[in-house]
Design a protein around this ligand. Sequence first.
Ligand code: AMP
Ligand code: MG
Length: 292
Amino acid sequence: MKTEEFAKPFKITDGGKFRLKDFAPDETFGFDSKEKAQETLDRGIARLNELHEKLLAQDRWALLLIFQGMDAAGKDSTIKHVMSGTNPEGCHVYHFGVPSDEELNHDFLWRATQRLPARGNIGIFSRSYYEELLVVRVHPHLLKQEKLDPSLVTPKIWEERFEDIVAFERYLRRNGIVVRKFFLNVSKKEQKQRFLARLDEPEKHWKFSLNDVKDRECWTDFMYAYEEMIRKTSTASAPWYVVPADHKWFTRLVVAEAIIDTLEELDLSYPKLDAKKREEFKNARALLEREK
Ligand code: AMP
Ligand code: MG
């Protein structure tokens, strides 16, 4: 199967009419088993790694991949699988949790700007500044901790954050940092199964938090916040992908293809040798051959 067939249907470049209910969390496009999908994924991973080597060598573009989703949507496991085999030197993953005191003493984009990928690199954000439009919106007491002057906290604050994020991502694109955003769309039912598995399996206990279960009571509010976020911040240069997340193997396939698609659009190539370099290579070869 070709790239477009997996990733394109989930890509939102203009959020205007976006409705979350048009996207099924359990979509698998006729793939009926993990085994069949694995073969396609393995090919995708190999292709992705080839492209990443060129990205590194060319040292011109950077790629920023942002993952958002409810707890247990599969953010970490998707990153682990899709990026398996990627040269760790040019790939960095950051997990954004509850902001520290130092982070709360700064503007909301500050902690993310510290961790933007360098040219040639892939930067991965597991959660991101988008939490400011999600958890902070659903639980307004979190906004109070941000130490903003009351005159700055008006009913327009979310609209302003949408605008600021769109402007920030446009700035990144203009500076050669290509942004792609993934919303892992898991259903409430599947999340329950995954939470139960976290309780049952000792090696998953560390991932469990009672607050995550309590957030299920705010499911509708979260889905509203995700929908608005996708509507207001999907652009041609920084699109959201609404990735079906009830079947992890399908999630991985869509994400891998979306990254490949993006890197292919950049027309990456290894740097060409100029005359000076060619001369240098000739001398180096002569030196090596003279060695006893
Ligand atoms: P986890 O990803 O399961 O380790 O949990 C990290 C927690 O940090 C989640 O509950 C997030 O909602 C929370 N979090 C991330 N960013 C922010 C933020 N900017 N403000 C408040 N909470 C946040
Ligand atoms: Mg968690």
